[in-house]
Design a binder for this molecule. Structure first.
Ligand code: G6P
Length: 299
């Protein structure tokens, strides 16, 4: 990681670490805990040729692939070097602009047109901090620095450390959301429509890869299983927008097929990923959009 900085913060009994590679949050240990509640693969790529498999990668300017298939899955923001703006006793702020990715000879920024003539200019500014009670606040601001409206999507790809096979494991808080399978295994490759999510917890009994579209903010909670407490993720957008949430666990076969994923790593993780991904989002020239998540742990 030599060309990338790793910044460690300890405040109110809690700790986090973050790197300038991808503006990637690596670890978060809540107050009075000895272990990380974020999960990271033991065999993730250490040469930065891929996004780190764990912690919190950010997906921007799109979630998933776009039609050209040349643009990187989940966008460029998680693959580039961010600039450290400020580091205080309880917070770290980093930034990146799309201009830094408009290099000759490569497609620019996912869903956006190739660099030459690309009219969009985005600045992302991420501030991660610890609250007085040691909760983790993660705030992303997108500014459209161009004069034209800019299409985008953004998502926080949180990997949490859990016991996915335990009876007391499960994700709740998404009841009433419209659930769609992200994989093309449903009707004619359009994704399977699961209908409205019921009251039950989401568990891992096979590959789980679903998008939940809701109306308004998100408050999801994850019972970690094995009596290891509960994580809550509270997400708000300013100005207000509908926040969606992806829940992902690759299960046995897909985990084995990924070179940077431990074969049985699926047993120890769940991704709960809030984002602005209900269709294309538009940001007017000169305007800002904030998406914020607060992660808390209770035993
Ligand atoms: O392997 P990555 O590009 O990091 O993507 C990891 C996963 O991200 C999301 O959760 C998607 O819904 C999954 O379909 C995808 O497999």
């Amino acid at each position: 990681m030599s060309e990338y900085e790793v910044i460690c913060v300890e405040y109110a009994g809690a700790k986090f670490s973050i790197t300038t590679f991808g503006g990637h949050l690596l670890t978060y240990i809540p107050p009075n805990q000895s272990s990380d509640i974020l999960w990271c693969s033991s065999c993730h790529k250490k040469d930065m040729s891929k996004s780190i498999r764990g912690g919190v990668p950010v997906c921007f300017p799109q979630f998933g692939h776009v039609h050209d298939k040349i643009s990187p899955q989940h966008g460029w923001a998680r693959l580039q070097k961010w600039t450290l703006l400020e580091s205080t006793e309880r917070s770290v702020t980093m930034t990146i602009t799309s201009a830094e990715n408009q290099k000759p000879g490569r497609p620019d920024g996912g869903m956006w047109p190739a660099n030459e003539g690309c009219p969009y200019r985005a600045r992302l500014t991420l501030t991660v901090s610890l609250t007085d009670l040691g909760a983790l606040s993660y705030v992303m601001k997108i500014k459209n620095e161009s004069s034209v409206s800019m299409p985008y999507q953004m998502l926080f790809h949180n990997y949490f450390s859990v016991h996915a096979e335990a009876e007391d494991f499960g994700v709740s808080g998404l009841s009433g959301y419209e659930a769609i399978d992200t994989q093309p295994r449903g009707r004619e490759g359009m994704g399977m429509d699961y209908g409205t999510q019921g009251e039950g917890k989401i568990v891992v009994d096979g590959e789980v890869d679903r998008i939940f579209h809701g109306k308004g903010p998100v408050l999801a909670s994850i019972a970690r299983g094995g009596g290891e407490g509960e994580i809550s993720v509270e997400v708000t957008a300013e100005p207000a927008k509908n926040v969606s949430c992806v829940v992902w666990n690759p299960y046995v076969e897909k985990a084995k097929g990924m070179g940077d994923f431990d074969d049985d790593g699926w047993k120890g993780m769940i991704c709960v990923e809030p984002g602005l991904i209900d269709g294309l989002q538009m940001l007017v020239g000169g305007e800002e959009q904030i998406l914020k998540q607060v992660i808390k742990f209770s035993k």
